[in-house]
Design a protein around this ligand. Sequence first.
Ligand code: DX5
Ligand code: ZN
Length: 214
Amino acid sequence: MKIAPSILASDFSKLGEEIKRMEDAKADLIHIDIMDGHFVPNITFGPDVIKSLRKYATIPFDVHLMIVHPLEYVERFADAGADIITFHIEAKDDIKETIEKIKSLGIKPGLVIKPNTPAEAVFPYLEDIYMVLIMTVEPGFGGQSFMADMLPKVSAIKDKAKEIGTDILIEADGGINMQTASQASAAGIDIAVSGTGVFKAEDPAEAIRLLQNA
Ligand code: DX5
Ligand code: ZN
C-alpha cells in the first residue's frame, strides 16, 4: 500500500520542512487537505500555500478539495503544483465538467465520497477518473477513529471497474494508523492517507515503512 501523509497533522509553522521530512522518510505522496469553512466546518490553506511548498519535495501532491465549488478553483490548484486533485461528489458543481476541467489542466482527477454516500454514486464516472477516495471518517478534522464499515466500498468499486474494463485506484482517508492499516490493506486499498499516524509517530520513517508493509 502506498502512503500519503496528510499535512493536516503537521506543524503549520514549518510546513516546508515537514513536507521535506516526509519525502526523506520515503512517503509516496503528500496529501494536502483544502477546507473552505463551508463544505466542512474547518479552514486550512489555499493555492498560494501549495505553490510555496512545491519546491520542498518532488513526490506527487495529492490535493483533497473539501470545498463547495471545486470547479472555480481547480485551475489555481493546478497552477500551484497539484499532481492529483480529488473533489467531493457531494460538492455543488457539475461533476463531469469538473472532471474534464481537471483533465484539461493535465492533472489526474479523483472523486471523494463521504461516509454516508454509497459506493454506487461514483459508478457513472469510473471511466473518466484516476482514483476514488473513500472517506473513513467524516471530513473536516484529523485524529478521528477509522470507520471499518466503509471498507466494503473498496471491492464494490473495484468489481464495477473490472466489469466495465477500466482501471481505478482506491485511496482511503481518515484514522489510518498502525492499528487499522492492515484492515485497509486487506480490503484492497492502493493508497492510504495518514495524518496523525505518521506525523505524531516517534519515528515517522519507521511508521511509513510499517504502514506501507501492513
Ligand atoms: C479529514 C482529512 C484527512 C485527515 C486524516 O478531513 O481529509 O486527510 O487529515 O487525518 P488522520 O490520519 O489523523 O485521521
Ligand atoms: Zn484528506
